[in-house]
Design a protein around this ligand. Structure first.
Ligand SMILES: Cc1ncc(C[n+]2csc(CCOP(=O)(O)OP(=O)(O)O)c2C)c(N)n1
Ligand SMILES: [Mg+2]
Length: 378
């Protein structure tokens, strides 16, 4: 009887409910801000050989170089749309390292590096940014398919698309998952809920990432939702949902690896909220972060960024040093230079080509437009 009374009191205790939401999602961290392992057990569960650790470091490094070069090119008007990635390398590159070629990637517009990591040439990514049709061919240099959807601009839409593919993979008994990335702002979209709800109801093979970088352009995370943790939204659809230090490459890899294993075993999807920061503007199209956040906050996040702590960890382990790093950065920049040249050498898209790629079966008016532009050589 006493138990029932206590239980009923608890049910009606709204203060408790609000508090409980906050308590339920502690943050997974393995490598702390100082680059020290704080959970040896988790590190061994990640089963990362020295080569893997170096590969993750290299992926994060080239992603950072690509970011730096893309930003410069954008300022020179030689890039199209670009959404900076600095600060989010662990959230993007260490998580995606846990997936396999057969897995299907569903990226958002900021997730170009994950597609490149799957074998998509950088010159195609550059053409994608310019709206060129060739930039929407998801194949490797030697024409092998890259299992990636296009970088989705419609926020959250990739979750619905991922849910469908995830169900297909399950029905075909594939040893593969769909893994999708959206942002904190993405979780305010209907598509986000529809995607996780559908995938969870059908126990589809999916891993959903929410990269919580604190802002949806200028809208701070606290104005998007009163939920203390975005991961809590996963519980509404019955998914295992966790909060991970998104600037900790080891925690990101471990969480992604275990989520993939859980999902591919037929248990349904997992949702991972990654706590990270976009250290740069929303895009290169004129956003000024100092209009909506403090420089001191940005400076603080620079101290916690993933490259610093991974560098410290690997250096202390004796498998990384400055010479290796600068040689790798040089190699990466040479590659990027070559890729820019290839992109610049591709024939410009004609207006008629652009129209031809708009609809599979163009209507009467569009057919006339295509014929008109073609006759003018445009
Ligand atoms: C459905 C939809 N609504 C609005 C926009 C305009 N928009 C582009 S990016 C963005 C912010 C998204 O923030 P978040 O999901 O946190 O991702 P982030 O840019 O921080 O990586 C908005 C509102 C859009 N692209 N799609
Ligand atoms: Mg965001």
């Amino acid at each position: 009887m006493a138990n029932i009374i206590e239980l009923n009191q608890k049910i009606l205790d709204f203060d408790y409910q609000v508090q409980a939401q906050d308590d339920q999602f502690p943050m997974l961290q393995v490598l702390n801000n100082a680059g020290e392992i704080i959970d040896e057990d988790a590190l061994s569960r990640a089963e990362l050989a020295d080569d893997d650790l170096i590969n993750i470091m290299k992926r994060m490094l080239w992603s950072r170089q690509l970011d730096i070069r893309s930003t410069k090119l954008a300022k020179q008007g030689r890039f199209g749309f670009f959404a900076p990635t600095a600060g989010q390398e662990a959230s993007q590159m260490a998580s995606s390292y846990a997936f396999k070629d057969d897995d299907w990637l569903f990226p958002g517009y900021r997730d170009i590096p994950q597609i490149v990591a799957k074998g998509w040439p950088i010159w195609k990514a550059i053409l994608w940014s310019r709206g060129h049709a060739k930039g929407n061919e998801y194949t490797t240099e030697d024409d092998k398919p890259v299992n990636s959807w296009f970088p989705q601009i419609i926020i959250g839409a990739q979750y619905v698309e991922a849910a469908g593919v995830a169900l297909g993979l399950k029905k075909r008994h594939k040893d593969a998952v769909a893994y999708a990335y959206t942002g904190d702002g993405g979780t305010s979209q209907g598509d986000f809920y529809e995607g996780i709800n559908f995938a969870s109801a059908y126990k589809a093979n999916a891993v959903f990432f929410v990269q919580n970088n604190g802002f949806a352009i200028s809208t701070p995370r606290t104005l998007q939702t009163a939920a203390p943790h975005l991961a809590a939204k996963g519980w509404s659809a019955g998914l295992p949902s966790l909060v991970v230090d998104g600037n900790d490459p080891i925690a990101m890899y471990l969480a992604a690896k275990q989520a993939r294993a859980w999902s591919v075993a037929g248990n349904g999807p997992v949702l991972i909220e990654t706590m990270t920061d976009r250290l740069e503007p929303h895009s290169t199209a004129g956003d000024d972060p100092l209009r909506y956040r403090q420089q001191a906050d940005i400076d603080d996040w620079w101290k916690k960024e993933p490259l610093i702590r991974m560098r410290t960890f690997l250096t202390n382990k004796g498998i990384w040093n400055e010479t290796l790093e600068s040689a790798y950065i040089d190699e990466t920049n040479t590659l990027i230079d070559e890729q820019i040249k290839i992109a610049d050498g591709v024939e410009k898209q004609k207006i008629s080509d652009f129209l031809k790629h708009t609809l599979e079966v163009p209507g009467q008016v569009m057919q006339e437009q295509i014929a008109k532009f073609e006759s003018e050589g445009k």
